[in-house]
Write a protein that binds this ligand. Structure first.
Ligand code: ZN
Length: 685
């Protein structure tokens, strides 16, 4: 690519926007392929220069040079892969198919580069032997991490093993992509179109309205329900039609099992690739390999962590289910067996009876716009930051809003992109991401471009976008991740923001969820969207009481995911059971509801098969323990206490992984985290 071609490609050229924000207004799909090609070839040149440097290897000309190499490629990747999730298209999917193997082969080019590795190794050995003299903590960690990445990336492998390793890595990246495409497609494959009012029994108006709109948009008459969460969950909670709930539940629980988008063979192949990779690298199982660089450290630690929570939680969960069944029978459920498709519906009614609370009562008080404002002002109270709309900076879709985040002293901290509503081009769920993370280079502090992507129900002719309390909690969660990105104050990009151990990364997000249950916070913004009336105090009281409703059941559900993940990733040889059977066996001791033949979670369990949480799902619970323990300090000192918040900012949010995560944690809390804090918080013990 010539200099001129580079300058005419908005993915590579300097951005015309403030803060060098991504030029989404100029980027077209045809820019991606040439940008990837050019950025990869530039990155290769940089790598060659470092590897073939005539000077003797030093920390600066080798480790730091490597850390800062391939910045243009990171930028293109950051933009492309986020758009692939949030605003996809057939063309983007085709580009991803082409680019994924190119990127894998580039990363292998780096990790298998003998000249480069020998320089890294000699810097590592020299620094170690002189006791890391003159090095800062973040530099020592960077050095150790670089060395370990080479080791874990196969740099020690030779000959046939080396070839096998590269081939397996390439296969794996394609299989993971195919898994994720299948999950998405399988989820869109099923819809339930209802054409009679009788079929809508029990559904609140807002659910009917959005189903009606969903149908109209597709030119259909009636009410259309899908397996996307905002459609599926309310249906399961409110539909009084047991037959239809069963139909929806079965469709949801057999996604990607059989049919056009079957993921079963992808799973077998993914697991077998991962086993091969870990065994080539000298680890007993994939979990041993994956956990080496986490807070937990090894599979035994994770298994004992999960079972220390599982035992008391299972007792609580089974009691909760039997209470629920007794309630259902007393309300006319009859003598039928209580099935999984009955759970959400009867829980909703039981909860309403116990706490006189349901989503439809609360929803009108949580206007999406107000909730977002409230979350911004919470960040203001805690950390002194403020959010200024920047309509002059383009988003990647007309519905995306861009804010500038400013520190207490007015200093620019970050750009924040908010993308609230579902689209066909967007995958389901909610997530935080970055187009570019924070880092320092050459005396300049490069501030990040952070984004949250949600699937809240969109405003309609009938009214504004309203959040359920769950969605408000999700917003706080993703916003917590965002703060971790925005407030980052690190030198090295690989240590900045959310680049921390997988089992630490959910601490900043999960701790924010606590504010969704604080009266003082809710009172500050929750007003009825029609009457302007403040949220009634009894609603908040009930919300707080309801918080631990079925806490044991929900905890067991999460622990089941963790157990299943560990079962797949501690395999030492391929399982011949078949995916559905394997899962059934792994979870058989932890059931709280009857098992339904032929159903399974694994075929759409993207977290572990395509999302980077392999042998890592436990980390949600691990982080909950950290969070329960950490939030108790806010509870003691006051939920808006500035001193506590600023210690959390300084020790946790700014630190990234420039410091050992356990050290950061203890610096904030004053002691190591304890599982008991969570069991107590949930009322299980
Ligand atoms: Zn999260």
């Amino acid at each position: 690519m010539t200099q001129e071609e580079i300058l005419s490609n908005p993915l590579l050229a300097p951005s015309p926007h403030p803060f060098s924000a991504p030029a989404f207004d100029l980027i077209k799909e045809e820019h991606f392929m040439p940008a990837f090609e050019a950025a990869i070839s530039m990155a290769k040149e940089e790598i060659n220069e470092i590897a073939n440097c005539p000077e003797p290897p030093t920390f600066s000309n080798t480790i730091e040079a490597l850390e800062y190499a391939a910045r243009p490629l990171s930028r293109v990747e950051g933009i492309f892969f986020n758009l692939l999730e949030a605003d996809s298209s057939e063309v983007k999917e085709q580009i991803a198919d082409k680019v994924s193997p190119m990127l894998t082969s580039f990363s292998i080019y780096v990790s298998m580069n003998e000249a480069l590795f020998s320089r890294v190794r000699s810097v590592y050995e020299a620094c170690r032997s002189n006791g890391y003299k003159g090095m800062a903590k973040d530099q020592i960690r960077l050095l150790e991490d670089s060395y370990l990445s080479f080791k874990r990336g196969g740099a020690f492998l030779e000959g046939k093993a080396r070839e096998e390793y590269s081939e397996t890595m390439e296969d794996l990246s394609l299989l993971e992509l195919s898994f994720s495409n299948n999950s998405l497609a399988a989820s869109k494959e099923f819809t339930l179109l209802l054409d009679s009012e009788d079929d809508l029994e029990g559904l609140p108006d807002y659910v009917k309205e959005s189903a009606f709109n969903e149908a109209s948009e597709k030119g259909m008459k009636g009410w259309l329900f899908t397996l996307d969460r905002p459609s599926y969950s309310p249906f399961m909670k409110f539909s009084a039609r047991r037959d239809l709930r069963e139909k929806m539940w079965r469709a949801f629980s057999t996604k990607a099992i059989g049919g056009h988008y079957d993921n079963r063979s992808n799973i077998d192949k993914i697991i077998s690739c991962r086993m091969k990779i870990s065994s080539l690298l000298g680890y007993e199982t994939f979990a041993d390999y994956a956990l080496e660089r986490r807070m937990a450290g090894n599979p035994e630690e994770v298994e004992s962590f999960l079972s220390s929570l599982m035992e008391p939680s299972l007792v609580a969960a089974r009691k909760e289910v039997s209470d629920l069944v007794a309630f259902a029978r007393s309300e006319g459920f009859g003598e039928d067996e209580f099935m999984p498709w009955d759970f959400a519906y009867w829980s909703e009614r039981y909860q309403k009876k116990l706490f006189d609370i349901d989503e439809t009562l609360l929803k009108p008080y949580f206007r999406m716009e107000d909730s977002l404002e409230a979350v911004f002002s919470l960040a203001g109270k805690l950390y002194g930051v403020s959010f200024k709309p920047r309509e002059d900076i383009p988003g990647y879709h007309p519905e995306v809003r861009v804010f500038e985040v400013l520190d207490e002293d007015g200093k620019h901290l970050a750009l924040f992109y908010v993308d609230p509503f579902p689209r066909k081009s967007k995958r389901g769920g909610a997530w935080m991401t970055e187009f570019m993370g924070q880092y320092e280079y050459g005396g300049v502090d490069y501030r990040p471009f952070v984004s949250i992507v949600m699937n809240f129900s969109r405003p309609s002719a009938q009214g504004p976008s309203l959040l359920t309390h769950d969605e408000l909690t999700t917003l706080l969660h993703e916003f917590g991740h965002s703060l971790h990105g925005m407030l980052s104050k690190c030198r090295y990009p690989s240590q900045a923001g959310t680049n921390v151990a997988r089992d630490f990364v959910e601490l900043p997000s999960q701790i924010m969820e606590n504010w969704a249950y604080e009266k003082e916070f809710l009172d500050s913004f929750a007003r009825h969207y029609l009457t302007g009336e403040k949220i009634p105090a009894e609603y908040i009281d009930n919300l707080i009481k309801a918080r631990n409703f079925q806490a044991g059941y929900l905890q067991v559900r999460q622990l089941q995911f963790g157990v299943l993940d560990m079962a797949w990733h501690t395999l030492k040889e391929e399982s011949s059971a078949g995916v559905v059977e394997f899962e059934k066996n792994a979870l058989s001791s932890y059931l709280t509801l009857p098992y339904v033949e032929g159903t399974a979670i694994s075929p759409t369990f993207g977290h572990i098969f395509s999302g980077g949480y392999s042998a890592g799902y436990y980390s949600y619970k691990w982080a909950e323990v950290l969070e329960a323990d950490a939030f108790s300090l806010f509870s003691e000192n006051g939920i808006f206490d500035k001193a506590t918040a600023s210690s959390f900012r300084k020790n946790i949010l700014e630190r990234g992984s420039s410091e050992d995560e356990m050290v950061s944690y203890v610096n904030f809390r004053g002691h190591r985290p304890e599982a008991e804090a969570l069991l107590k918080k949930l009322g299980i013990i």
